[in-house]
Each structure stands twice: as structure tokens, then as C-alpha cells.
Write a protein that binds this ligand. Structure first.
Ligand code: ZN
Length: 564
């Protein structure tokens, strides 16, 4: 969407006056603007009742901005405020004379004729350097909205400068703003008067059609991210497995997504023996018992592609008998962010309803507790596919929780159209060491690599600001995970932290391939099945903090955007 801010809106900005120093920093400028009549968009394609936001997002193409109480401008450096943007430039240049941080930090300017008299400038910084990407728009909008809130604004209006370099710059800015406005589920439930940070958010755009399209997309993506954050971010009791199942059923009730829940513990034992091993200590406590949640979406028209997503939903990871000692347990309620992202992706699907796409999801909801019935290292378990698995470390429970569900997907995949299988998981500390915070690692099996999947989705993930790093499955990963004696076919894990193990994030994907039976569907087979593993341990968001919702944006951009 180009020219989000263009000449016409700035004709309403009449003049700027002078700046005044406040609290030792020259941050407030008197700005006089005049805005005239208004028109607001009706979002035609998004059913707002299905969007789980607690405030309205209003597309604004017009002029009467009196319903807002602040204006947030997201732009890059002052020198690039040209043409109609020139009028914003003058007071900012004045400010720059006394505050060298104008292009680095958020500034709040007193603006006489701006609604609420607040003009907030949040600079993106450079946009043309080697390491710049569209996340600069997300970050600037997020920081800017936080500044609006600090100032007491309850109804900010966002203006984002167009970009010819980044095609999703405007979407990124809206999503950055929405991320800042998220209120955790536990706060919404416990403290209803704090359920929303604003009464509304306005987003300005000159072109009604383009603005509608950006907001439709942003709201559907944000709805998915909210579902993901609600599940992934809530504490281990609020989102114990049975309560996740109830939550997912309620979130998708009346939608086009079919939700099924397996609660029968005997069935879980029969169908998913490796998941059941993780569940052994937890199932003694009824409210902690495992659930397998399956979700199915089928868009209009003939199916052209089928996605099969398995998400790791470890509601709490104590490490099990190999207990996380030395303070490493805190934060482990976030070990369900893979399953949470799967649920979030379905929420987005339920709103955008892409055509020709079928998606099957499975959420492996289980708690890795410790107790007298805990599974322990050295046990040999037989997987759904008949593979004899020697437990190496009970803290490697995520691959156990997912392997049998992946196996079941593999069984179904041979009768689906153009299937691609996935695991999505906060799987290894090694991934965090390898790529650092904010990046999802994608690993392809042979058929997916041949399709260039990881490399293609990396490009798309970059465009949408949910970046992936490509890693590669190698022969060493299979060698590492093969059984070490005649007793077992596969060794689940070595007995050291992944972050201290060479190829610590790659070999678990080899385990998943071998134990699910996907090794029989390689490039040399008559039924090759593309499979990609997404390790979201680095990208799932900070703790303390709010889950990011990764990789919902990237998956949506790759699979949904071109099917609307
Ligand atoms: Zn673990």
C-alpha cells in the first residue's frame, strides 16, 4: 500500500508554531493544525464479532478527527519528510536543534489543533541499510503507542508513512500498534476494568480500498495472535491442558473450523504412547491431564494444498525426572507456544477463509510433571509407528509429545491433496543460542528441501516482519539420533543440554522424522512427503513479557495472502 500519507491530509495542517522546553528536555512543540469533516470505514469483509479485540479499530480516510485524543506519526528520518510531509518536518527540525534524539527516540509534541493536543512522533530510523527490515515499522508503532498510553491517550490515531521498499510497511505499523495494545487474558478475566488500554484505535489512510484491505488483514492476523498469546502466555493452571481445550472450543465456536478433543486417557495411551509417557506423572492430577486437540479447516473450492500442523503444547515443563534445577524452570509455562500458534493460525483462517486450502492441526497438550510415576531416562518405549525409542533425557519431552501426532498426520497425508507436514515447537535452547531472540528456525526434510520451501518462506517471512532462519538437516543429525545398541532403534536425546550439544536444534528434527515414519517418505520414495520443522524457541517472545504470536504472520503470508 503506497502513499498512505499523501498530499490531501496535509492540506488540513495549517501551521506550526513554536516549541517549549519541558522537564529539561525540549520535547513539546506547539503545533497548530486544523482538520475538517470525517468519514469512517465500515470494514466489509471482516466479521468484527469474530475478532477477539476489546476495542474497535477504525479506518479513517477523513478529516474530523475529534473522536481521537492523540495523533501518532510513524516516519523515518526528517530529511525524508518531503512533499506533503514537509509540514511535519518544520517543527521536528526545530526540535532537533535542541534535541539530537528526535530521529532516535519517540517525541511528544504539544499540538494546538491536533485532537487531544498530542502529536507523537515515533521514528523508524534508517530504512535503507543492509540490516534494516520492515520490523522497523512494527517497532516504531509499538513504541509510539506506548508513549500515547503513557501520556494518557485513550483513542490514538495512527498515521504511518508509506514505503516503496517494504510492501507490508503499513500492515507492520498497524500490527505493531496492536501488539502494544494487547491485554493478557488473566488481566481481562480478573480485572474487567483493565480489559482494554484504549477505547478505540484509529488508522488513517487516504485510499479507502487499500486501507480496508490492510485493516482486514491486520485484524484477522491480530485475532490469531491474541488467541496464541492467550494460550501461550497464560500461567500453567489457567492454561492447563483441559482448560486449553475448553478455550479453543470457545474461541472457534460457530466458526468454519471443526474442533475435536481427545480427553480419554486410555485412548491417548493407545494412540499416542510417547505423549502418554510424558503424561504419566501429570495424569494423577485430573486438572493436569493431557488433551489432544485436532482442528480442521477447509476453504471453498477444490483443495489445492493441505497443511498438517502439529504443535507442542507442554503446559508446564518441570523437566520431569531430569528436573530443571538451578533456577531453569521459571518461564516454562511458555512451552505451549507451538500449540498456541497452531490455534492462533486457525483463528486467522476462520476469519480470512482462504480458498483452495485445507489445514489440519493437532495440539499436543501435556504437562511434563515430576512424580513417582514419571517416565525416566533409560526406559524403552514403542512409538505409534513401532519404533523402539530409548529415553535419554525426560526434559526432551516436546519431541515425545509431537512424534506420534506427526506419525498420525503422516498416515493421513498419503490421502490428502499436496500435503506439507509441520511441527511447530519451542523445542530447544540451542535454537536460541544459534540465532538469538526473534527468529524462527526452519528445517526441511528432503522433499521439502527439494521444493525450496525453507528458502522460499524465509523470503516471505522477511517481507512480513516475522523472520525465519534456514537451517539444514544433515546426515550427522540422523546418525546422532539412531539407537546406540541393539536394544533400541532410536535414542531420544543425549543427556546434556541442547545448548551444549553440537547440532542441538537440528538432530531433534531427525528424531521426529525417524519416529514418525517420515523417513519412509524421503526423496527416493514413491510417496515423498514434504515436512518442515519450525523451532520457535527463539521467536515465541520474551518472558517476562508477552508472547509474539510467531510464526502466524509468516505462515499466513505464505499460505493465505494469495488465496483471498
Ligand atoms: Zn523440556
Amino acid at each position: 500500500m503506497k502513499h498512505l500519507l499523501s498530499r490531501s491530509v496535509y492540506q488540513y495542517i495549517a501551521r506550526y508554531s513554536t516549541f517549549v522546553p519541558v522537564c529539561g528536555r525540549y520535547r513539546r512543540i506547539v503545533v497548530a493544525c486544523s482538520f475538517h469533516s470525517s468519514r469512517y470505514l465500515t470494514l466489509s469483509t471482516v466479521n468484527m464479532s469474530s475478532v477477539n479485540l476489546s476495542f474497535p479499530v477504525i479506518g479513517c480516510t477523513g478529516e474530523d478527527l475529534s473522536q481521537y485524543d492523540s495523533v501518532l506519526l510513524v516516519a523515518d528520518k526528517l530529511a525524508n519528510l518531503k512533499g506533503s510531509l514537509e509540514k511535519f518536518r518544520k517543527p521536528l527540525e526545530q526540535l532537533k536543534q535542541v534535541d539530537g534524539d528526535v530521529e532516535k527516540e519517540v517525541s511528544l509534541l504539544y499540538a494546538d489543533d491536533v485532537p487531544g493536543k498530542r502529536l507523537i512522533f515515533s521514528p523508524t530510523g534508517s530504512l535503507d541499510q543492509d540490516t534494516d527490515d520492515v520490523r522497523k515499522f512494527q517497532d516504531a508503532a509499538e513504541k509510539g503507542i506506548k508513549r500515547c498510553l503513557q501520556a494518557g491517550s485513550k483513542s490514538p490515531l495512527l498515521f504511518s508513512v508509506p514505503s516503496s521498499t517494504y510492501k507490508y510497511a503499513d500492515l507492520a505499523a498497524v500490527l505493531g500498534a496492536l501488539h502494544a495494545l494487547y491485554v493478557p487474558l488473566e488481566i481481562r478475566e480478573a480485572l474487567p476494568d483493565k480489559k482494554t488500554k484504549v477505547s478505540k484505535l484509529g488508522v488513517w489512510g487516504e485510499d479507502k480500498e487499500k486501507l480496508t484491505s490492510v485493516l482486514n488483514l491486520a485484524l484477522a492476523l491480530e485475532a490469531g495472535r491474541i488467541t496464541c498469546r492467550d494460550i501461550g502466555g497464560s500461567d500453567p493452571e489457567r492454561m492447563a491442558a483441559p482448560r486449553v481445550a475448553e478455550f479453543v472450543q470457545s474461541e472457534l465456536k460457530g466458526s468454519c473450523v471443526k474442533v475435536e478433543v481427545i480427553s480419554d486417557q486410555d485412548k491417548i495411551q493407545r494412540e499416542y504412547p510417547l505423549l502418554a509417557a510424558v503424561n504419566r506423572a501429570a495424569k494423577c492430577v485430573e486438572r493436569h491431564r493431557a488433551r489432544v486437540i485436532t482442528l480442521t479447516y477447509q476453504g471453498e473450492g477444490p483443495v489445492q494444498q493441505t497443511l498438517m500442523l502439529v504443535g507442542k503444547g507442554v503446559t508446564y515443563d518441570t523437566g520431569g525426572a531430569d528436573i530443571k534445577a538451578g533456577g531453569h524452570m521459571a518461564g516454562m509455562h511458555r512451552d505451549k507456544c507451538g500449540a498456541a500458534a497452531v490455534a492462533g493460525f486457525f483463528k486467522t483462517l476462520s476469519i480470512l477463509k482462504p480458498k483452495g486450502l485445507k489445514v489440519i492441526g493437532a495440539m499436543a497438550m501435556v504437562r511434563n510433571s515430576v512424580g513417582s510415576d514419571s517416565y525416566v531416562a533409560d526406559e524403552i518405549l514403542v512409538s505409534r509407528s513401532g519404533v523402539r525409542v530409548r529415553v535419554g533425557n525426560t526434559d526432551a519431552e516436546g519431541r515425545m509429545a509431537m512424534a506420534d501426532l506427526l506419525c498420525q498426520m503422516r498416515e493421513k497425508a498419503t490421502s490428502e491433496v499436496n500435503p506439507h507436514l509441520f511441527t511447530v515447537a519451542t523445542l530447544t535452547g540451542h535454537a536460541c543460542i544459534a540465532v538469538g531472540d526473534g527468529y524462527t528456525i526452519v528445517l526441511d526434510n528432503g522433499p521439502a528441501w527439494k521444493d525450496k520451501f525453507a528458502r522460499d518462506i524465509q523470503d516471505v517471512s522477511e517481507e512480513v516482519g516475522d523472520p525465519f532462519e534456514v537451517s539444514t538437516l544433515r546426515r550427522e543429525d540422523y546418525a546422532f539420533t539412531r539407537g546406540k545398541s541393539e536394544y533400541e532403534d532410536v535414542l531420544q536425546c543425549n543427556n546434556a543440554a541442547s545448548s551444549c550439544t553440537a547440532r542441538g536444534h537440528q538432530f531433534p528434527a531427525a528424531f521426529l522424522v525417524l519416529v514418525s515414519g517420515l523417513d519412509k517418505h524421503g526423496v527416493d520414495s514413491s510417496k515423498p512427503l514434504p515436512y518442515s520443522h519450525l523451532d520457535i524457541a527463539p521467536s515465541s517472545g520474551p518472558f517476562p513479557g508477552v508472547p509474539s504470536g510467531a510464526p502466524i504472520l509468516a505462515l499466513s503470508a505464505y499460505y493465505i495472502f494469495n488465496r483471498l
